[in-house]
Design a binder for this molecule. Structure first.
Ligand SMILES: Nc1ncnc2c1ncn2[C@@H]1O[C@H](COP(=O)(O)OP(=O)(O)OP(=O)(O)O)[C@@H](O)[C@H]1O
Ligand SMILES: [Mg+2]
Length: 311
């Protein structure tokens, strides 16, 4: 196998506007405290975290032949992510999200047509078959908002004997239900929604009932990420709730992506579920201690040290 982990899905650039002042300073001029660019998208955040945690990591995503695409590629390569499977269609620009971050940390974001583009990862079955574990980031967003695409990609991973993980997102353009994915859900080893996403797709209000709904659809295990309240895990034999590490959080953007990367890395290293969840919790907490999805986490040793500190 070429990779331990292959992350498949969203890659983009975020344009972050902090401290936006809605009072115009001229007819069409506004002020903000800062405007910065950072790379993002679940597949990118997960791949950068996994590579820093020391496993062989690749990414299957689409980037335009533009400056934003070069920026994402550079960031991936600096972390040690293999970019050999990146697709670069000339006619499709790299998605750029404009994000307004308010002083209290709440956000509003603007997506555009580029976010809808489906690069059809299922057309690269040899790539999907090249990793011990594949993470789809994310189900319900392009390119994984078409049942046939999810099904074909899941089958390619399954046929090659890889473990299949999927993070989720709330829909932006195309809306799918769990029922639409009924044929592919039994192929997933683990699905990792946050609480809002799990509530939205299952209609349940408690993490255990949310997990049960996914398990009834055939998913083998479920992690409901609970932000500052930690996480909940359930499979056929085990039900486990872990509190979050009490860090001083400043920005939880990407905490979920760091969490998922941490969980998969430790499972591949042979850790049992509880140990891998504790490690994942620490990755998520660490991410939340700095602004940006890929700022705080540097190495596996650093995560182990954090876990020691809160023992
Ligand atoms: N404020 C926090 N303090 C400590 N740990 C946190 C905090 N926020 C998140 N975490 C850790 O990170 C994990 C994932 O965070 P969260 O539940 O916000 O996922 P998410 O909504 O998928 O994040 P994103 O989509 O922004 O990557 C949590 O399960 C928890 O372990
Ligand atoms: Mg998430």
């Amino acid at each position: 196998m070429a990779y331990d982990i292959l992350c498949v899905g969203t890659a983009l650039v975020d344009s972050l506007i902090r401290g936006f002042d809605p009072e115009p300073i001229s007819a069409a001029g506004y002020r903000a405290e800062s405007g910065t660019l950072s790379v993002g998208g679940e597949a990118v955040n997960e791949a950068m975290a996994a590579a820093k945690l020391g496993v062989r990591t690749g990414i299957l995503c689409s980037l335009g032949e533009d400056e934003a695409g070069e920026m994402v590629l550079g960031a991936l390569r600096r972390c040690g992510v293999d970019t050999g499977a990146v697709v670069r269609p000339r006619e499709h620009p790299t998605p750029v999200t404009t994000m307004f971050v308010n002083a209290d940390g709440t956000r509003r974001s603007i997506t555009n047509g580029a976010h809808r583009y489906n690069f059809h990862p299922e057309r690269f079955p040899e790539r999907l078959a090249s990793a011990r574990a594949v993470i789809l980031g994310s189900l319900f967003r392009a390119p994984f908002n078409e049942p046939e695409v999810v099904q074909a990609a899941a089958e390619a991973v399954h046929a090659a004997g890889g473990l299949l993980f999927a993070d989720t997102k709330l829909p932006n353009f195309r809306v799918l239900t769990l029922g639409d994915l009924s044929a592919s859900l039994p192929l997933f080893d683990c699905i990792t929604p946050n609480e809002d996403e799990a509530r939205y797709y299952t209609g349940q209000s408690e993490p255990e009932a949310m997990a049960d709904t996914f398990l009834e659809k055939g998913v083998k295990s479920v992690i409901v990420k609970l932000g500052a309240r930690g996480c909940y895990y359930k499979d056929r034999d085990l039900s486990l709730r872990l509190p979050a590490l009490p860090v001083r959080a400043v920005d939880a953007t990407g905490a979920g992506d760091n969490f998922v990367a941490g969980f998969v890395c430790e499972r591949l290293r042979g850790a049992d579920i509880e140990t891998a969840l504790r490690f994942a919790n620490a990755c998520g907490a660490l991410c939340a201690t700095a602004v940006g999805a890929s700022t705080a986490l540097k190495s596996r040793e650093q995560v182990l040290e954090l876990l020691q500190m809160y023992r």
